[in-house]
Design a protein around this ligand. Structure first.
Ligand SMILES: Nc1ncnc2c1ncn2[C@@H]1O[C@H](COP(=O)(O)OP(=O)(O)OP(=O)(O)O)[C@@H](O)[C@H]1O
Ligand SMILES: [Mg+2]
Length: 377
């Protein structure tokens, strides 16, 4: 499937735009601040029904307007079947509506993931170089898209966490906390197990992509869960995780009550990105160069793309927002080689510098974006 048409109405700086994309993909050129990222934000909105930049829905409405609407048409690779995905949001009453092939799905969870897209953005370095929250957010969005039950577990976990924190703040006794601690262990172990399983399954892909782009260096991912990982580390080890949660909650009970805060659980997980240098493992977060951090972020997105492809059984659409900026010429070329490999679907790429598209072998249709208007070149 590929995105054959994208329509925007009152979305960011686009009052009205309709863009037709060919199957192979598109290169979007435009000066700073013209709407390149906004256009991809609209396209990816149809995948997760929220902004990939973490913006609130009302911020996506064109200044001075009351609502926005985004519509996408996904066409079959053979040009046959089509799927229509649309989303609308009104400031008044904060109403969000999602439409799949003319029908409103019962739950939002049913609608997400239909576009099957991955977005590579310049802010992805934050996942590697920023605080642990960015890494958890990455895992949560991806696993919500591919892992049945992950999103409901996450939503339940957030409720439990806020209730439990409230009780701790108010000096609740251990007995009063017991039910919430059990819930935390139960739901938390699902989340941790899924995160651990993903890193175990795709860590090698990350390493492979990192090596392919950098042309050297061994790199890897490691899960740093807030509770000790069960010994076996095997598949579907939810029971092992649950035991680990229970003993850690017990061990830190006094500390939690003193601080009035839940200190155990997946909301305190982290992931480490490392490269080897002279046999030593260096943390990319603290010691990586800008280019190395960017390389790791791209390798991570490719591992995500591989995950999505496996889960959906089709080639994902790759959206790249100005990701070549910090890469040296060789790395940029290797990224392009990986992108042009058969195993991905349509590629939609943006840059303020048309010269960067030369790397892509001029194989993509070109569009110019200026002041919220799109013109085919
Ligand atoms: N809700 C909104 N309504 C109208 N305009 C908006 C809204 N939100 C953002 N903009 C405008 O969109 C523009 C930024 O667009 P965008 O981030 O897509 O730029 P870009 O082409 O990706 O630029 P760069 O090359 O710097 O990344 C800004 O000028 C901003 O004022
Ligand atoms: Mg941009």
């Amino acid at each position: 499937m590929f995105l054959s048409r994208l329509g925007l109405r009152n979305f960011r700086n686009f009052e009205q735009a309709v863009v037709e994309f060919p199957e192979r993909g598109a290169a979007l050129i435009g000066d700073n601040g013209q709407g390149k990222t906004n256009l991809l934000e609209a396209g990816y909105y149809l995948e997760i029904f929220r902004s990939f930049r973490g913006a609130r829905d009302e911020q996506l409405i064109t200044f001075g307007c009351g609502h926005f609407r985004v519509e996408g048409v996904l066409s079959d690779d053979e040009g046959g079947a089509e799927v229509e995905v649309a989303a609308a949001y009104a400031r008044e009453g904060r109403r969000k509506k999602v439409i799949l092939d003319g029908r409103e799905p019962g739950r939002m969870g049913e609608a997400i993931g239909h576009v099957s897209a991955i977005i590579f953005t310049s802010s992805d370095v934050e996942i590697v170089a920023g605080g642990p929250g960015a890494r958890r957010r990455f895992l949560d969005i991806m696993l919500s898209l591919v892992e049945p039950g992950y999103l409901p577990a996450l939503q339940r976990y957030r409720q439990i966490l806020s209730q439990r924190n409230e009780l701790l703040r108010n000096g609740a006794s251990l007995a009063e906390l017991a039910a919430w601690s059990a819930g935390l262990a139960f739901v938390g172990s699902r989340i941790s197990e899924a995160r651990a399983r993903w890193i175990a399954a795709r860590g090698a892909s990350f390493s492979r992509y990192y090596a392919a782009i950098s042309g050297e260096r061994e790199a890897g991912l490691a899960y740093l869960p807030s509770v000790p990982a069960p010994d076996s580390g095997g598949e579907r080890e939810t029971s092992g995780w649950s035991e680990s949660f229970h003993s850690e909650i017990e061990r830190r009970a006094d500390q939690e009550r003193r601080r009035g805060l839940t200190l155990v659980g997946p909301h305190r997980d982290d992931v480490s990105f490392w490269v080897t240098d002279g046999g030593e493992r260096l943390q990319l977060r603290t010691f990586g160069s800008a280019g190395q951090q960017r390389t790791a972020a791209i390798a991570l997105r490719m591992a995500e793309a591989e995950t999505l492809r496996a889960a959906r059984g089709r080639r994902p659409i790759l959206m790249l927002d100005d990701v070549f900026a910090e890469l040296d010429a060789q790395r940029a070329e290797r990224v392009v080689e990986l992108l042009m490999a058969e195993e991905w679907g349509q590629v939609i790429v943006t840059s303020p510098k048309p010269t960067e598209f030369a790397l892509l072998g001029n194989s993509l249709a070109r569009y110019r974006i200026a002041g919220g208007e799109v013109a085919h070149l």
